[in-house]
Design a protein around this ligand. Sequence first.
Ligand code: ME8
Length: 520
Amino acid sequence: MPGAKTFYITTPIYYVNDKPHIGHAYTTLACDVVARFMRLDGRDVMFLTGTDEHGQKVEKSAQAAGMDPQQFCDQVSENFRDLSPLMNYSNDAFIRTTEARHDRASQAIWQAMADNGDIYLDKYAGWYSVRDEAYYAEEELVEGPDGEKQSAFGSPVEWVEEPSYFFRLSQWQDRLLAYYDEEPGRVLPPSRRNEVVSFVKGGLRDLSISRTSFKWGVPVPGDPDHIMYVWVDALTNYLTAVGYPDTDDPAYQKYWPADVHMVGKDILRFHGVYWPAFLMSAGVAPPRRIFAHGWWTVEGQKMSKSLGNFIPPQQIVEKYGVDQARYFMMRELPFGNDGNFSHEAMVNRINSDLANDFGNLAQRVLSMINRNCDGAVPEAGPLDPADQELLTLAHGLLPRMREAMAEQAIHRALEQLWEVVGAANRYVDAQAPWALRKTDPARMATVLYGLAETIRHLAVLAQPVVPEAAGRMLDQLAIPAEARDFSHLGADGALAAGAVLPKPEGVFPRYVEDEAAAAS
Ligand code: ME8
């Protein structure tokens, strides 16, 4: 990975029959931030998202809506596609598992696993949850409120008995354990790695991978009475998107194996155990990393149909602003942990981190330059140790953020950025450039130059998380579009003295409770 020129990152593909909520928006947002960071850092990035459209759950939802499944999918898939303009995602592709090319890829991987001797026909008798589209062993089930059996995620289960093809997962235990050991950070965060390793060490049962009781899916090659278990087809989307089974496809050559599959903790087993086993069996290199993030609760409660507390992403974008929503979700909790979404926490982040700390720093400095330096980047004189210290901090920010982003510790990258914001604010207070205006204008110019150069670094590096606001800050520093990637950071690409700056304006307004209420 280090030094590599390309970067392939994926989101889970979303079940079409659910309405998008902030949990869905979160996974894609994290990928977007990583993808933008990597692009600005000079990588050729492929960032994939899309919709998971097969399976019994979708077939049932289509029936309930009185629609043909394909027509149903065409309609509801748009809800997820619409998230990109809304949340400002920069995905390079959007895949739908009902595309013809996807049937071909799914059948090819199936055939490759069969050719390797890993698939056999038998009969499945056990528990299945349509909502989770998952098989559960007896001991994995818990008791529901009315004494009925349910999955640990609270989903109803039903007893299923039908002919089924099986994948010899039991044969892959040692090779999976070797795969986890091969590269550090194969599964992140470390707690999730432990979870996967102990699951595999506990022994693996063969996996039922076809169903005969419904039709909405990819037919098994050579036995069309069987439909592939939806997860076999769903996971294959990551390969379809880069041209598989055409391994000569330039996209496949460039991007496979994927650098990061980003997933929620609930679907770690599918990505961290089944998927690498399928791939190794089919002779395809397994992904470099699986990162499992945590779950959001809302005002302290799990999001659920019965509580009706699913927050649509549109609601938070309209209420707080897109950059504000993006920043909050990426900063509020260590990426990987569970978190709680609350209005109070959101307003705190908006008013304190964005408006007071970062926004105010830029606004103060740019206004002083506008008023006292004829609206142009001032010329720096000899540097004091305090000036040097601030510039060294700013110039060293990229390597520190890079280190954090290499392990998708997005919150840590942001903490680093805000450390420099804090240092710059303390420097403004200590240097008091407004007072230097009369006593030592040359010194004032040096101080303001150092601050403008620091703000340039902050804005360039904030682009992955708050692309709009950071872009506007860079406009106000007159940084041309082609000089906004990370190769222009450091002393070499420093701001040119004399460049004329446009009139400054705030980019991070405060969230004012009463005005918002009055406006609604
Ligand atoms: O699982 N907080 O799709 P999905 C954070 N189709 N993340 C959440 C969340 C919450 N409250 N609720 C859901 C599927 N998510 C399959 C994927 S991939 C080959 C197939 C996350 O629409 C969840 O963890 O149910 C998962 O990563 C993603 O939303 C999609 O969930």
